[in-house]
Each structure stands twice: as structure tokens, then as C-alpha cells.
Design a protein around this ligand. Structure first.
Ligand code: ATP
Ligand code: MG
Ligand code: MG
Length: 556
């Protein structure tokens, strides 16, 4: 087998192990608990946890760390959902579960250290003033009037900030770096601010909170992360990351390396936008099957293995790009084709009466394979009786030549069963076909059509006497534009208002009467479906979500 080429980050890691720079690898996945995880996060999860798995020989590990340093937007509900989604995706953090909020003392000590070294100061300017005096790409910033205040004064004020003496925004702690740096992030960035909001983990203990750019390198160093892998937007924050590591009393020297984030067509992935969709009721919740959230994808029937192979296929590079939704769906289909059992289900039922069927209403059993793509899946028996359901569009009153399914005097095979010939049909006053009459041809199960009968197709069907009725939810793309983020009138302006359609009267074969939630099947000729993990009640109410159609509908 040909060995796959390593991506540039795995190459760096391999080199660091070989040279002895590190004797193990420690990565982390550091979500902020301010929303549910989405498919973009899955890329980071597969990458970081994947590296740990691949380097088991040196006891590599991957930490799950909640980056919970901003009390205003974070909630315990998100912490729980994130853990659940990471586990569902197939990764195990073992004992390596961390909360950045457990390091508040450490961050504080580092800040005090910087002040004592003359490398940070308390600035009493407003955030507005700080922004205005920062300069721009062509103009250097101007020094704060508080920049050169005595160390003792900053130490005192910082202690009082911590003690809760001041209101939000009254003052901040800034690093003293270089107001004329060509990198704006280095122009005396804010390190701490006052936020008088209770925190989900630490309650009222703190009213000052570190900024991401200060906290993140310290979190990594504290946990002895060797390679801190993040997305490309942090590339020009790296000098600040390195500055913090160099100037604070930290126990290890992590290295930040950036890779490009995952972007998907026809959806949005910013947590702010996802939250807005949820809060405004434009979707049913974070787990709405139309969302790119992992909980939405799970509910829809996407399999973790398929998401993992999608992330693998997308790969790790430094090139920003948008991945086509059809690539993801191809992975989903591929996985389900191998592993989802086949069943018969009719979404738009039309009654067929087999007029020459023995009238004592007995039904017979026919044997059908559970998965033609996987012999190990075996076979099952389905009932066939005098009345069956077929798909409305498998019949045409006046079919064209190329239509190989059912029409007057035409024959078709019932999947796994007999060949039937249409002898007539009934209509209602509205001109709608209400019932079809057919005759079955004995001795045609598993056999060619007899002389004189043209039978060119096999259609799916469900025995009416034993069928179960189900609700089936069909999903379309949530946005009508390929890149909703770029829509002139905002992403909501291209929300597809027809992204959900609900069928309440689908007819399914009897074997689907008692399936559990999150069971996936291929309904033959129709698509892949999964029982809903919220509204499906085994044995009481059957609710299926369409996971994906059989054929690609994205590139049309
Ligand atoms: P948002 O910008 O929507 O708030 P985020 O990137 O801030 O999302 P975090 O909770 O900070 O969300 O993300 C946790 C980790 O997941 C980070 O290391 C981040 O780089 C990574 N990540 C987030 N989105 C993507 C993406 N689209 N592709 C790859 N990695 C991602
Ligand atoms: Mg964020
Ligand atoms: Mg972020």
C-alpha cells in the first residue's frame, strides 16, 4: 500500500520527534463554550485528536480544553453539548479535560509579573480612545498618557481592578510592546478588561478577564502543549503569542502553527450567525437537521465515520477555499451505501389493487436482500398482499415511450416480487388517479418475464395490509446562495424558505414499525433516511429525516 504524503504540520511534528526537540506530542482542541460545534470544528477535532492517535507510540495526547475566559457569552449547556459531540465524532479525551477558567490565578500572576518587569501597564483611557490612538497601517500609534506610569501605580490599580473597585470599561491592562509595530496586534494590546458578569465556572470570584491573545498562549504553555494548531486568521497574532510565552513565567514552550479553516458552500458557520438563526426561530434549534452543526448532522443521519473521512479528504493546507457541499454528501452516501440496510418506503402513496390475487386476503412473504452492497447484511421477508402502495410518480396515465414504469397495459416488476400488469385505474372528480388495478403474473419471482411481456423496471412498493404510516421530513439547502456570508443584504436575505417539507402519510414496510431513534436506512430508489432523535417514539410515532438523496443534487 502506498503511504500517504504527510501534510505540512504532520511533517513538522515528525521532524520535531526525530530531532529530539520533543519526546512526545501534545495537541489540544480549545472550543469556546459559546455555541454548538459545527462541521468546521470537526476538522479541527479530527486533526488534533488524529495526531494524538497516530503518535500513540510516544504517548501523544490531545486535550479537550474549554476556552472559557469570556463570561458574557458562555454557558454550561454549551459545555455539555460540546463534550457530547466530540464523543459522538469518535474521540476520547480520557483524563485530559481542562477549563481555561481554572487558570485565572495563573493568568493573573503572569500579568503581575509583566507589570513588575515594566512590560504592562494599567491604562485609564476608554476602549474608544485606545482604538483611536492605535494608528493604522501607515501611521504609528501614539503612546497612552498612562504608558509610563510607575510600576507601583499599575500594580495597585490592577489589584483594585481585581478587587472589584471599578466599573466595566473604566480601565484595562495593556502590554507595553511597540506602538509603531507594523503588526497592529503588537501595538500595546489589551490583556485584561473588567467584566462584571458571573462566570459559568467561577461565579463571582472574578470581575477581570484576560483577552484571548493573552490567555491562549498561557493555557497552551500551562498544559505543555507542544504544537498549538489553529486557523489561519491567527497568523498575525503569532508574534503576540510568542511574546507572551517569552515574557511570562511559563512551564513550557508551545509553538503555534496555522492551517486553513473549513468553509462549506450554501451554509454559514459563524457561531454568531448560527445563534441568530436559532434565537430568531428560523430553525428549530441548534440541532436542526438543516444546520451544519454536529448535533444537526447527527439528527439528520450523518455518520461520524463519514464526517471523519470528509475531514481527512479535505486535508490540511494553508490555502483558504470553499468546499462544495457535494463533497460532504458524497462521503455520507458512500458510508451509508456500505452500512445502511435497505427497506421499502413509499413517500407519496398510490393504491394498487391486484385483482387476480386470491380474495381471502392472505398475504405471502417474499425474500429480499438487506444490502446488495454487503452480503453479510443478509435477507429479510416482506409481506405482499392484494393491495399495495406504490409511489405516485411510478404511474403515468399516458406515459411517453421512454417511461419504463407503470401505465395502462404496461408491466413492471415489484422489487423482489412478481411482475404486475396494469389493467385499469380510477380517478376522482378532481381528475386525480386514486387507485390502480393490476394483475400479477404467477411464477415470476426471481425469473424473467414470460414471452410477450415487456418488463424493463422494478419499482418499490409496500404491502397495504401491514404497512405502517410515518412522518418523513425532507430537507433542502438552508440558503439559496452559495456564499450566504457575501449576500449584499445579509445572510438572512438568502435563507431558503422551502428548506423543509413534511410528509405525514408515508407508507413503510412493517419491519420499520419498531426501529429505535437514529436508525439509518436506504429506502430503495428514494434516498437515505434516519429516525429522528427528538420526535421519533419507538412503537408509537415514526418520524424519519431524509439524510441525503441517492444522487447528487448540488451540482445541477
Ligand atoms: P466562531 O468564529 O464562529 O466563533 P470559533 O473559531 O471562534 O468560531 P472556537 O470555539 O474558538 O470557535 O473554535 C475552537 C477551535 O475550532 C479553534 O481552534 C478553531 O480554530 C477551530 N475551528 C473553528 N472553526 C473552524 C473551521 N471552520 N475550520 C477549522 N477549524 C475551525
Ligand atoms: Mg469565537
Ligand atoms: Mg474564534
Amino acid at each position: 500500500e502506498k503511504k500517504e504524503k504527510l501534510d505540512f504540520i504532520r511533517e513538522i511534528i515528525a521532524k520535531d520527534l526525530k530531532s529530539g526537540k520533543h519526546d512526545t506530542v501534545v495537541t489540544r482542541f480549545p472550543p469556546e463554550p459559546n455555541g454548538y460545534l459545527h462541521i468546521g470544528h470537526a476538522k479541527a477535532i479530527c486533526f488534533n485528536f488524529g495526531i494524538a492517535q497516530e503518535n500513540q507510540d510516544v504517548n501523544a495526547r490531545c486535550h479537550l480544553r474549554f476556552d472559557d475566559t469570556n463570561p458574557a457569552k458562555e454557558e454550561a449547556e454549551y459545555v455539555d453539548s460540546i463534550k457530547k459531540d466530540v464523543s459522538w465524532l469518535g474521540f476520547d479525551w480520557g483524563e485530559n479535560l481542562y477549563f481555561a477558567s481554572d487558570y485565572f490565578d495563573f493568568f493573573y500572576d503572569c500579568a503581575v509579573h509583566l507589570i513588575k518587569e515594566g512590560k504592562a501597564y494599567v491604562d485609564e483611557q476608554s476602549l474608544e480612545e485606545i482604538r483611536e490612538t492605535r494608528g493604522n497601517v501607515t501611521t504609528p500609534g501614539t503612546h497612552s498618557p498612562f504608558r509610563d506610569r510607575p510600576v507601583e501605580e499599575s500594580l495597585d490599580l490592577f489589584a483594585r481592578m481585581k478587587a472589584g473597585e471599578f466599573e466595566n470599561g473604566k480601565m484595562v491592562l495593556r502590554a507595553k510592546i511597540d506602538m509603531s509595530s507594523s503588526n497592529m496586534n503588537m501595538r500595546d494590546p489589551v490583556m485584561y478588561r473588567i467584566v462584571n458578569t458571573p462566570h459559568h465556572n467561577t461565579g463571582d470570584s472574578w470581575c477581570i478577564y484576560p483577552m484571548y491573545d493573552f490567555a491562549h498562549p498561557l493555557e497552551d504553555a500551562k498544559e505543555h502543549i507542544t504544537h498549538s494548531l489553529c486557523t489561519l486568521e491567527f497568523e498575525n497574532h503569532r508574534p503576540l503569542y510568542e511574546w507572551a510565552i517569552e515574557n511570562c513565567p511559563v512551564p513550557s514552550q508551545p509553538r503555534q502553527i496555522e492551517f486553513s479553516r473549513l468553509n462549506l458552500s450554501y451554509t454559514v458557520m459563524s457561531k454568531r450567525k448560527l445563534l441568530q438563526l436559532v434565537e430568531e426561530g428560523r430553525v428549530s434549534g441548534w440541532n436542526d437537521p438543516r444546520l451544519p452543526t454536529l448535533s444537526g448532522m447527527r439528527r439528520r443521519g450523518y455518520q461520524p465515520a463519514a464526517i471523519r473521512s470528509f475531514c481527512h479528504r479535505v486535508g490540511i493546507t494553508k490555502v483558504n477555499s470553499v468546499t462544495d457541499m457535494s463533497i460532504l454528501e458524497a462521503e455520507i452516501r458512500n458510508e451509508l451505501n456500505q452500512n445502511a440496510e435497505r427497506r421499502m418506503g413509499v413517500l407519496d402513496p398510490l393504491k394498487v389493487v391486484i385483482t387476480n390475487w386470491p380474495s381471502d386476503d392472505h398475504s405471502e412473504k417474499v425474500t429480499v436482500p438487506n444490502n446488495p452492497a454487503n452480503d453479510a447484511a443478509g435477507t429479510r421477508e416482506v409481506s405482499l398482499g392484494k393491495e399495495i402502495w406504490i409511489e405516485r410518480d411510478d404511474f403515468m396515465e399516458d406515459p411517453p415511450k421512454k417511461f419504463f414504469r407503470l401505465g395502462p397495459d404496461r408491466s413492471v416488476r415489484l422489487r423482489g416480487g412478481y411482475i404486475i400488469t396494469c389493467t385499469g385505474f380510477e380517478k376522482n372528480d378532481a381528475g386525480e388517479v386514486t387507485e390502480i388495478h393490476c394483475e400479477f403474473i404467477p411464477d415470476t419471482i426471481g425469473k424473467d418475464a414470460p414471452e410477450g411481456i415487456r418488463c424493463r423496471a422494478a419499482i418499490h412498493w409496500v404491502d397495504a395490509a401491514t404497512a405502517v404510516t410515518a412522518e418523513v421530513r425532507l430537507y433542502d439547502r438552508l440558503f439559496s446562495e452559495e456564499n450566504p456570508d457575501a449576500a449584499e443584504d445579509g445572510f438572512l436575505s438568502c435563507l431558503n424558505t422551502d428548506s423543509l417539507s413534511v410528509i405525514t402519510n408515508a407508507k413503510l414496510e412493517a419491519s420499520l414499525a419498531d426501529v429505535p431513534a437514529e436508525a439509518v436506512f436506504q429506502f430503495e430508489r428514494v434516498g437515505y433516511f434516519c429516525t429522528d432523535n427528538v420526535d421519533h417514539v419507538t412503537g408509537e410515532k415514526i418520524v424519519f429525516n431524509r439524510t441525503v438523496a441517492l444522487k447528487d443534487s448540488w451540482r445541477s
